[in-house]
Each structure stands twice: as structure tokens, then as C-alpha cells.
Design a binder for this molecule. Sequence first.
Ligand code: SF4
Length: 453
Amino acid sequence: MKYVYIKTFGCQMNEHDSARMVSILKQFGFSCTNTPDEAHLILINTCSVRENPENKVYSLLGTLRPIKKKRPETVIAVCGCVAQQEGNHILEREPAVDIVIGPDHYFELPELIGRVQNGERICLTQRTYPKPPVFDFIPDEWLEKGHREGVKAYIAISKGCNNACSFCIVPRTRGREIYRTPENIQKEVTAVIAEGIREIWLLGQNVNAYKFRDDYRFVQLLSDVSNIKDVWRIRFTSPHPHDWNKELTDLIANRKNIARHIHLPLQSGSNRILKLMRRRHTIEQYIEHIEYLRSKVPKIEVSTDLIVGFPTETDEEFEETLKVVEQIKFSQIYPFKYSPRPGTYAEKLGDTVPRKTKEERLAQIIELQEKINQSSMKQLIGTEQEVLIEEKHPRDDNFWNGRTNSYRSITVLGKGLHIGDLIYGRVTGFRGHWLEAEYIRTIKISPLNKLSY
Ligand code: SF4
């Protein structure tokens, strides 16, 4: 038996890539292990969006050196955005590493392992995708071996990003956008539905920029996927406010299986900072999208990403962000302290906001969101929520964990449920960020349990 140990940093797209690589390696006799010591292959899937994950990668590589010394036949591979960005530099800096591969080369992994066993050290980061940018980067034979997590499947519809947000390294590491054909995407959705999966996640670095043709864009794709039989829920991440439009909102309003939650990154509440970030929209435009969305889909919840301490951000501009958070009342925020990424425009602006100020701003925004969250959780008590059951409670057979349609974590008290069931629960309270509910009735029984529905 051959073992692969895989450590993934960063975003959903990296999680998706890791799952793909595991399914490829399984075809070549590998099984997963949680122990790097017993692994024949150690894969580090890296992220360079923020400074911390990058530092973590180098310190993790340092801890792998003794394993390589003890068992030199262990193959160590670094992939993902840091690999794409740093290339050969990783091989030079870290002698324990055998392979450095960018995101375009994952399907070549088994062949590269063979070459390492013949004594090579390899760096493969050149772009391989052709123009024009429509290309089925997941070959047909791999469609049925994708990224699943319980009752959910993650399906990459595009890669790369054509934007140039000034703080972001993704356009450099992942390249320009490439879109799969709708046919190829729908084939994968149909395959996972046949397996019993009921929640589909459409993924892209800028998911709503998807464009197969001028007359076939993200909204048409989402509509087609939502029409596939037995797709109970669809989510998509991450959309960009600049590419959001009324047509997309209208589609969500008209399709029950498109989840009542969107994650729409805002980054800052100040128009001057948004401009410096090169986000291509104003705060007023963002609020207009949310207001229209809430007018059409009243129960929709919105979460967001925010950066605090962007270069030159003043106290007043940070206050503007707080005001917007207060006004919009997000269901969740993912705030980060700004850290410069080498080679970005923002790096040239200097890291002007002192670390202490960034930390204070971060604490302040988290505290505000906590208050908003407590109040919105209270308002949910007594409401009926559609819940997809994702797992049995680890300590009590009468409880089940899942997600509401609006993406809140929830524990449901109910007997005889199954993982994958779609049910209604009545919210009875909450603990921290988890809602608590009692079972009301089943909407659909999971086909994963081989029951008819
Ligand atoms: S939209 Fe902006 S932040 Fe998102 S991946 Fe593209 S450049 Fe980066």
C-alpha cells in the first residue's frame, strides 16, 4: 500500500484541487494518511493570498526535513499558488522538496513521481492552456472522480481571474480566466447527482465572470445547472460585485434550489480605498445590489470578506467600513489584516498602517459583527428552516448537524434522520454561531441511504 499525506492551505479552489489530486493518485494505488511519517508522497497545496499561509508552508517544509532524511524515498511535492509564484526558488531554498508544480499540471502528478524515483527534481509551472479561453480543463475520464464532501460536490467551472485587484496575487499565480464548456460542467453535475450528492457548489476565482459565449454567461449556466433533475441545492463562490447584475438576482428569486445565501466580497466600506484596491465598483453600487437582492429574495443572507489596514486607510475610512457592516448586517464576515503580497500594485503603496492599528481595527470589526450576529440569531428563534443534514452529532445519536439554506450551521434534534436528508426544523435557540432546532418534517429523504423519495 502506498500512502499520500496532503496538507491544504487557502481557499475552496485549493480544497477542490487537493481532492482532485487525491482522486488521481487513488487510481495509481495511493491511499490517504494523516501521518506524514508513513507517507510515500507528501503533497503541500499552498496559498499565497495572505502572508501567513506562505510562512506556514516554509515552516512546514522545515519540519518535513527529518522525514526525508530518515526515508529519502519519500517524495515531497509543493503545488498551488506559492509553487506557481516561487517555482525553482523552492527547490533551491528547500532541498527536501522533489517536485514543484503549478495548478495547470495536477494531472501529470503520477508521471512526475516516476521521474523523481529516477533521480530528478522537477519544477513545472508553465501555463499550458490554449486561447481562446474555453477549455475543458477537467478531462472526461476524471469527471466522476471529483471533489466530494459528504452530500456536497464542488465543481470548478472556471480557473484564473481577469481582474487586477491591487492586493491580490491570484491573477499572477492562476493566470487569466479559462472556462469549461457548459456541457462538460453539466456532465459532472449529472454524474455526482447519480451518486446521491444533492448540494452542488460551483467554484471559480471570479465565478460570476463565467463566459462561455457572449450569449451564454454565468446566469445561463446557473439556470441550466439548477434545471438538472434532483439538484436540491446550488451554491456558488466567489462572485465579484462588479460582475453582479439584476438578471442573476432575478434568477435566484425564481429558483428554489439556488441557496438563499451569497458570499459577496466587499473588502472595504470606503470608496477611496475600493479605488486603490482596484475593485471596479463603489460602495453605493454594492449596497444597491444587496438592496435589490433583499427586495426580490427577502430571506437571503449575505456574508463578505473585509480587509482592514489597507495601505493609507485612515481611521475615518475604517469607520466607513464599520458603518457599512452595521448597515448591511452580514450573516458572517471574514475580516483579514492587510499584508503586502510581492509583485502587487498595493505593495508599492507601502504597508503604512501600523500592525497594532490593524489588530485594533480587526478586533473592533469582529466585536461589531458578533453583536450583529447575536441579534440576528435571536430573530431566527421560532422560524422554520430548511436544513440539509450533513453529519450525525459526534456525541448523541438524536442530534444531527447540517446547514440551513442560508448557510447557517445548525444542530437538529430528531430521530431516524439520515445524512443527506432535506428537512424542516424549527429553531429553538442558539449556542455561539450554531443554531439549535427541533425536527418538524422531512422534505426529501437522502438517496444516499438508498430509500425512495
Ligand atoms: S477578483 Fe480580485 S481578489 Fe478575486 S481573485 Fe480576482 S484579482 Fe484576486
